[in-house]
Design a protein around this ligand. Sequence first.
Ligand SMILES: [Zn+2]
Length: 65
Amino acid sequence: MTAPSEQKLVHCPTCGKPVLWSNQQRWRPFCSERCKLIDLGEWLDETHRIAGDTTASDGPDTDQQ
Ligand SMILES: [Zn+2]
């Protein structure tokens, strides 16, 4: 008997990408660490800081002599 592939596909809750459910996929059911962080809300905080820094530099935070 040939064993059927036990590969199972799930969909990333964040972006909807098909993710192979295996032990090698450490971020399952997410497709990546990024999507997992997005779901946790941690990544959004990081983006907010980057976006704010690019929009206006009214803070002498990065300008250090
Ligand atoms: Zn994803």
